[in-house]
Write a protein that binds this ligand. Structure first.
Ligand SMILES: C[S@@+](CC[C@H](N)C(=O)[O-])C[C@H]1O[C@@H](n2cnc3c(N)ncnc32)[C@H](O)[C@@H]1O
Length: 265
């Protein structure tokens, strides 16, 4: 854990003047990443002042207490996904199998591996930069659409499928934070008309990979659990548990797949 920088440090003041609310924490991270090199520190500050994500500048982020490498261009793991990763880890047996679709930097998968070192944890992502980054985080990552690139021998054997998939309704993309909208790719966020397009595909494809009684743990928000309830029942899932954060905001669903349908085989 990096110590906070003092409020009168010039770096803190420059960040605070530019409106960064966590200026002391950010300054401390930049100082640690610059390793005493003033030229490098100056260049890093200039990048941050443009709104570029801090993790792309320092090269890493903390997630569930572990250090995750985050390469420029790759989605920065968020604190609100931590609950999902921990819930999924609790579902994963010691020697179990987990799939993390839309793995990005591999943050969720890395947490699962850290908590269950003997389990097999695989991830997928459409973006080559993400796959490279996830591999740097020691995730067995494959490039491709959702389940398509995963090893076929895992079909029917997966204990838990996790996914922080794109789930922002297309019309709401311009409402995302400045850093997000200017720097990160819509591929990480755009979930179609009501935000559930990719969620629905994951729910439909997961049963072929899950063992009976396996579960999906998916990030979503707002009214999306209600939008998906009928689909969950139709696909053979038990009613989902809705995950909320400490402020009562909806953050995800956890749903066990109970019924093996003929079409899953
Ligand atoms: C919101 S980010 C989440 C990344 C990571 N799970 C995390 O929490 O830090 C979504 C990721 O999904 C990837 N993605 C979007 N559509 C995809 C698809 N159809 N198949 C695989 N990956 C996809 C994006 O490239 C992006 O890395």
């Amino acid at each position: 854990m990096v110590q906070r920088a003092s409020p009168d440090h010039p770096l803190v003041q420059a960040l605070a003047r530019a409106g960064f609310i966590a200026a002391e924490d950010e300054a401390a991270e930049l100082l640690a990443a610059a390793h005493g090199d003033e030229t490098r520190l100056h260049a890093m500050l200039q990048r941050r002042l443009t709104g570029e994500p801090l993790a792309w500048i320092t090269g890493h982020a903390r997630f569930c207490g572990i250090d995750v490498t985050v390469d420029p261009g790759v989605y920065v793991p968020r604190w609100h996904s931590e609950q999902l990763a921990l819930r999924a880890a609790a579902r994963l047996p010691e020697n179990g199998v987990a799939v993390d679709v839309c793995t990005g930097s591999g943050a969720v998968a890395a947490v699962l591996s850290a908590r269950r070192p003997r389990a097999r944890v695989v991830g997928s992502d459409l973006d080559e930069r993400a796959v490279t980054c996830a591999r740097r985080n020691r995730v067995e990552a494959y490039r491709g659409d959702l389940f398509d690139p995963l090893p076929a021998e895992l079909r029917g054997r997966v204990d838990v499928v996790t996914g922080v998939v794109p789930y922002v309704p297309t019309a709401e993309l311009p409402l995302l934070q400045r850093d997000t909208f200017s720097f990160e790719t819509p591929l990480a966020y755009d979930g179609g008309d009501d935000g559930t397009a990719v969620l629905r595909r994951v729910l439909a494809e997961a049963p072929a990979w899950l063992r009976p009684g396996g579960a999906v743990v998916l990030e979503l928000g707002g009214r999306q659990p209600a939008l998906l309830a009928e689909e969950l029942a139709r696909l053979g899932y038990a009613p989902a548990t809705v995950l909320v954060d400490e402020e009562g905001d909806v953050r995800g669903i956890e749903a066990v797949h109970e019924v093996r349908l003929a079409s899953d085989a």
